[in-house]
Design a protein. Structure first.
Ligand SMILES: Nc1ncnc2c1ncn2[C@@H]1O[C@H](COP(=O)(O)OP(=O)(O)OP(=O)(O)O)[C@@H](O)[C@H]1O
Length: 294
């Protein structure tokens, strides 16, 4: 399927964003830039404002203070629940957004079928109703419904949270293939720090009420080159950071049996709007400027 490449200047820029629900401030001084083809994962404890931030970025809420500049041409959103229409076939569900765009029937069904096939839904599954599919297949259908719109920005709110570890891995591979295929940018919320380290180029840890960015990790390897060991290592290093542990209200980490080797260190890439890390611990030494307190 030929897909339009994102415009070179496509990016989502969030600057000095504050938000309140009624009189209660829920987001304070949020700022980051997401360029085409990159992925940012937002992690943080319940109630720190991640969903509010994602909905602001999606244009579902009005910006009160600060700026969100979305230069992507086509955004799509994926929710935790697949939200498939039970009275439509899976194929019909995948084609829904194209119908809303008034794509002619034959073309939208053909595009939906191609995308379904690409995500592992065969013709039998496509002809079924959502209630006849497993949770994993429903998640594939929801992803297909979003991707068939050929978005250049995909906003995801814990879309794989209900899946077991094997299905999650499958969905990760499907998503990464699609991201690589056509420079798809992703802004995602997840409670799973390892999922964030698997999929994202940048992990932003949020905490507090109002929610603030408390830590940022820019991962130096492209997702396609990350092996399981590397992902486990980066996840454990991130979770060893005192600021990250405090964000999740975790007790202080035990000292490692041996200091991390130099080869596990991340190269220095200064983080926008983040102060350099100021810590003398061995673990902090393995995470120089690529991982920083915001
Ligand atoms: N529509 C709303 N009206 C009033 N308050 C809201 C609304 N939506 C969210 N809030 C409040 O804003 C705060 C942030 O909520 P939000 O859902 O953005 O956090 P979150 O980090 O996504 O949480 P979770 O991880 O549990 O989904 C919470 O205190 C929540 O109660």
């Amino acid at each position: 399927m030929s897909t339009p490449a994102p415009a070179p200047e496509a990016a989502l820029a969030v600057r000095q964003l504050n938000h309140a629900w009624a009189t209660r401030s829920v987001l304070e001084d949020i700022g980051f830039t997401l360029p085409a083809g990159r992925a940012i994962a937002l992690v943080g404890p319940s109630g720190c404002g991640k969903t509010t931030l994602l909905h602001l970025c999606a244009g579902l809420l009005t910006v009160q203070e600060g700026q969100i500049d979305n230069r992507f041409a086509r955004s799509a959103m994926l929710f935790q629940q697949p939200h498939l229409l039970p009275w439509q076939t899976v194929l019909g569900n995948i084609a829904l957004g194209l119908k809303a765009r008034r794509t002619p029937k034959a073309a939208r069904l053909a595009a939906a079928r191609r995308m379904g096939h690409a995500l592992g839904l065969d013709d039998i599954a496509l002809a079924q109703f959502p209630g006849e599919l497993s949770g994993g297949m429903q998640s594939r259908a929801a992803l297909a419904r979003a991707l068939v719109l050929e978005p250049d920005l995909l906003l995801m709110d814990e879309p794989f949270a209900a899946l077991d570890i094997g299905l999650k891995g499958q969905m990760h591979r499907l998503l990464l293939a699609e991201m690589a295929r056509r420079q798809l940018a992703v802004l995602m919320i997840t409670h799973d720090v390892m999922e964030a380290v698997t999929l994202a180029d940048t992990v932003i840890v949020m905490a507090g009420q109002p929610g603030r960015m408390v830590w940022r990790l820019d991962l130096p390897l492209p997702p396609a080159q990350r092996g399981d060991d590397w992902i486990y290592r980066q996840t454990s290093l991130l979770l060893a950071q005192p600021a990250v542990r405090a964000a999740f209200n975790m007790p202080a980490a035990l000292a490692p049996a041996s200091p991390p080797s130099a080869s596990s260190a991340l190269p220095a890439t200064p983080a926008d709007g983040c102060a350099p890390l100021a810590s003398g611990s061995a673990i902090a030494a393995a995470l120089p400027a690529a991982s920083a307190r915001c």
